[in-house]
Ligand binder design. Structure first.
Ligand SMILES: Cc1cc2nc3c(=O)[nH]c(=O)nc-3n(C[C@H](O)[C@H](O)[C@H](O)COP(=O)(O)O)c2cc1C
Length: 183
């Protein structure tokens, strides 16, 4: 008697994000939605980075953070530093979200130092900066002053976010399951 070939197991993908006011959390959801739409080959989970989040069971990690004063949020930088060895086997991509104008839609914005450091810790294959969002009712005196100064608005570009998810899915379809076999 022959048994049918087992279907290949879906890759486990973690989209992890650090967000203060929710805009980056939504970008993470959009990336996850698009990755899920690529078929059943990807089993996608979205989670906020925290000390309790353990990424070691995932085959793929997409890690992103909002930018504040030129830097990733501390929780995201710490996550990258802390899990650099747990993710030896995983394929990793990173993203930042911040610019409050259309610059991120019209050109490639280089990673800031902290985003670059995190990306290097995790040997990320690529990093992209997306536009950000500053809501008119943002809290905090600096955010409020920025809104008053005319910097409010939503500059997140869904087409660019979808394109990054498509890029990730396309590369994954050509890569072995793991970057390095588990020891
Ligand atoms: C006080 C403050 C500082 C900011 N600093 C930067 C910055 O240095 N670079 C940048 O690109 N965006 C900066 N931004 C824009 C935020 O990154 C943007 O609003 C982002 O979408 C916020 O994401 P979140 O809602 O996930 O926290 C700043 C916003 C505020 C309110």
């Amino acid at each position: 008697m022959t048994t049918p070939d087992a279907a290949p197991q879906a890759r486990r993908v973690l989209v992890a994000y650090a967000s203060r006011s929710g805009a980056t959390a939504e970008i993470a959801q959009w990336l996850a939605e698009r990755l899920r739409s690529e078929g059943e080959a990807l089993d996608v989970t979205v989670a906020e980075v925290s000390d309790a989040l353990d990424p070691s069971g995932y085959d793929v990690v997409v890690l992103g953070s909002a930018l504040y004063e030129g830097r990733w949020l501390r929780s995201a930088s710490r996550f990258a530093r802390r899990h650099r060895h747990d993710l030896d086997h995983a394929w990793v991509w990173t993203f930042s979200s911040g610019p409050l104008d259309d610059s991120a839609s019209t050109c490639d914005i280089a990673a800031t130092n902290s985003a670059d450091r995190a990306s290097r810790h995790l040997l990320a294959r690529d990093h992209v900066t997306f536009g950000g969002r500053l809501a008119p009712d943002s809290r905090g005196w600096l955010a409020h002053a920025m809104v008053e100064g005319g910097h409010g608005g939503d500059f997140r570009d869904r087409a660019r976010i979808d394109a990054y998810a498509d890029q990730i899915a396309g590369e994954l379809s050509m890569l072995p399951r793991h970057r390095r076999p588990a020891a």
